[in-house]
Design a protein around this ligand. Structure first.
Ligand SMILES: Nc1ncnc2c1ncn2[C@@H]1O[C@H](COP(=O)(O)OP(=O)(O)O)[C@@H](O)[C@H]1O
Ligand SMILES: [Mg+2]
Length: 265
């Protein structure tokens, strides 16, 4: 199962993707978490200790790797030819960090803007890597994305089973869902589902329900606003370790069970 988690900044993508990854791993799946959000940081939501997390070098910053795989040094790219189909099968093993419950984390780093036409070597490498990861037979891949999959292109999007768009009960977050939906249809993402997060009242729940119905997106989970998640953040502990019985964690567990059923896992 390949899951991408998208949405506006701050809506809870990292919390939800990290927690989903941990809960799936606790169920015995072999999970690869991919941090594709340059705004840090899936490591802490997975429960990887800060001293290890701090040492992780995002792949996009790893000059040696980029040079080795593409034959071109980062930044020296334009107009230069480089190999477009580097072998990347060893990257997860070499650069993945193992976290609690055996979740493996790969930090991609920043995909530079410039659209799909940008042929910087780091972008080319990340694109090939993601395609490889989506073909590879790992049980579950959970990708924490910054916005959509635009920089990754069609071939990638079609290989994703589902894109979960996280939405909080705020108009700006709904507007971001609209943008992501447009993009998802342009690049042919197979399935898009909305996940409501930080819900504090029946009114907020109904707001999200109404908006998602207008947009025609199935709303598959309601995650409440939960002080325990905010506390975990302040303590620097993974939410699932801080209070596994909290209401928000239980709601993510329900989402996990729903996805397992939906995709026959
Ligand atoms: N259900 C929730 N209840 C309370 N706080 C939450 C909830 N979900 C996320 N948060 C908090 O909101 C902030 C942003 O969450 P984060 O997962 O980093 O968002 P994103 O990755 O989308 O930018 C964090 O401080 C996180 O602890
Ligand atoms: Mg994030």
């Amino acid at each position: 199962m390949k899951i991408a988690v998208a949405g506006k900044g701050g809506v809870g993508k990292t919390f939800i993707s990290g927690t989903l990854a941990r809960l799936l791993a606790q169920d015995g799946y072999n999970v690869l978490a991919v941090d594709a959000d340059p705004n840090i940081n899936t490591a802490s939501s997975l429960g990887i200790p800060p001293d290890i997390a701090e040492k992780i070098v995002p792949l996009s910053n790893n000059e040696e790797l980029i040079q080795e795989k593409t034959g071109v040094a980062p930044g020296k790219s334009y107009g230069q030819m480089f190999r477009l189909t580097p072998t990347v099968s060893d990257i997860v093993e070499k650069f993945g960090v193992i976290g609690p419950d055996g979740v493996q984390l790969l930090v991609m780093g920043t995909v530079s803007d410039g659209g799909s036409g940008c042929m910087c070597p780091s972008n080319a490498l990340l694109r090939v890597l993601v395609q490889h990861l989506l073909i590879q037979r790992k049980d579950v891949l959970v990708m924490d994305m910054v916005a959509g999959l635009e920089h990754l292109g069609r071939g990638t999007a079609r290989r994703m089973d589902v894109m979960l768009v996280v939405v909080e009960p705020r108009m700006k977050s709904v507007d971001t869902v609209k943008r992501i939906l447009k993009l998802a249809s342009d690049i042919e993402v197979r399935e898009v589902m909305a996940v409501g997060n930080k819900i504090r009242s029946e009114k907020e729940k109904q707001f999200i329900e109404g908006k998602m119905m207008e947009l025609g997106v199935p709303l598959v989970a309601y995650i409440p606003y939960d002080e325990a998640i905010a506390e975990a953040d302040m303590l620097g502990i993974a939410p699932v370790d801080h209070d596994p019985d909290s209401t928000a964690i239980k709601a993510v567990a329900e989402l996990k069970d729903y996805l397992k059923k939906q995709y026959g896992l």
